[in-house]
Write a protein that binds this ligand. Structure first.
Ligand code: 1HN
Length: 353
């Protein structure tokens, strides 16, 4: 591939004239905008350890009253994107949120979609459009774009959860804003059971399905874990055990932009993932594992989180005698809609299996 001309090669006078007319020569920048063969991500493989996060988050609880924070969150920022940009990848924001007993995080609704993954503590809940979703360890709770949500806490211990939002993308699109609201009336308590879906039935379409794109707000961990364990009983050695969080009425991704799944890594199992065009986040719900990302090892235990850039070579390694359950978030729904999603086999990229 030809080496292209640089900015420095151009006469200073010419560069100044371009500048004054808001013009930029493409050729010095061309290679970085369309690099050969694969993207050059700013996202760097990074891990965040709960043991380090928790004391700092609890200290935030002493330093900043909830009224002064609205949401008391420490964002997990990828240094490759600049910490102040508070992103883990081009479209994913991650944060750890603390709510103390009796605290209240008031109602609002905003353009970015969010999910909460409950990390620690009991007694808290999120109310989404009048539906009170009880928070238990490992549950995933949706708060989709434009829906009212607020958090409360009737328990007696701090509760910590992880927020995942498509904020970086929505902000980049200049589409991000919030509205504040009044305390919601609770009209339904979601305890996590979804007997209609377990029965293989959905409401009849007297109401257009389009009108209810979010039939399920809470994905209870106890149910997801049961399904993974049942799959493991029938699965062969090294069959990937991964389930996607979907809209149970359509089978499609549960949100428009980010995708969510859960994976079981059995004792002493190693899983070599295919190379994917999306960045990925890995969060340990139970157990421990080593994640090798482009030859870099991260040793994670319960509540730790790591991210990998697009097309990274990733191995998930469980050397323990305990099963390990991992929550995964990615940008696949967004990339699929844009026609950008792809998967490459390792051997085609010269990587040994
Ligand atoms: C938000 O609304 C929440 O509702 C948490 O708990 C984190 C990060 C950025 C923008 C909005 C919440 C957020 C957020």
């Amino acid at each position: 591939m030809e080496q292209l001309g640089t900015l420095e090669e151009l006469p200073e006078r010419y560069r100044e004239e371009l500048n004054a007319s808001n013009l930029v020569p493409l050729w010095p920048n061309l290679r970085s905008f369309i690099p050969p063969h694969k993207p050059r991500p700013q996202t760097v493989a990074t891990a965040w350890y709960f043991q380090q996060i928790k004391p700092l988050l609890l200290e935030a609880g002493e330093l900043t009253p909830i009224e002064k924070a609205e949401r008391r969150v420490l964002a997990l920022a990828n240094p490759g994107h600049g910490l102040e940009n508070m992103k883990v990848s081009p479209a994913m924001y991650l944060g750890m949120q603390l709510l103390l007993p009796q605290e209240w995080a008031p109602a609002h609704r905003h353009a970015p979609n969010a999910v909460r993954l409950i990390v620690e503590g009991e007694g808290a809940y999120t109310t989404v459009e009048g539906q009170k979703c009880i928070m238990e360890h490992g549950d995933m709770i949706l708060t989709p774009s434009g829906l009212w949500h607020e958090h409360g806490h009737d328990g007696d211990q701090p509760v910590i959860w992880m927020d995942i939002l498509d904020l970086p993308l929505v902000y980049y699109m200049e589409a991000s804003f919030v509205e504040e609201g009044r305390r919601q009336e609770v009209d339904r308590i979601n305890q996590g059971s979804t007997p209609q879906y377990a029965a293989g039935i959905v409401p009849t379409p007297h109401f257009s399905r389009e009108d209810a794109p979010y039939p399920m707000m809470r994905y209870a961990w106890k149910d997801t874990k049961k399904v993974l364990d049942a799959l493991a009983e029938k699965a062969g050695y090294q069959d990937p055990l991964q389930v996607a969080y979907v809209n149970p009425e359509t089978g499609k991704d549960c949100q428009n932009i980010l995708g969510y799944s859960a994976l079981l890594l059995r004792p002493n199992e190693t899983l070599s993932l295919p190379l994917r065009s999306t960045a990925q986040v890995f969060h340990v719900i139970e157990g421990g594992l080593t994640i090798q990302i482009d030859q870099q090892d991260f040793h994670l235990t319960q509540a730790d989180t790591a991210c990998a850039p697009c097309f990274a070579v990733i191995d998930l390694i469980n050397t323990s005698a305990q099963p390990c359950y991992v929550f995964i978030a990615d940008e696949a729904p967004l990339q699929r809609k844009l026609g950008l999603y792809s998967v490459r086999e390792r051997h085609a990229e010269g990587v040994s299996p």
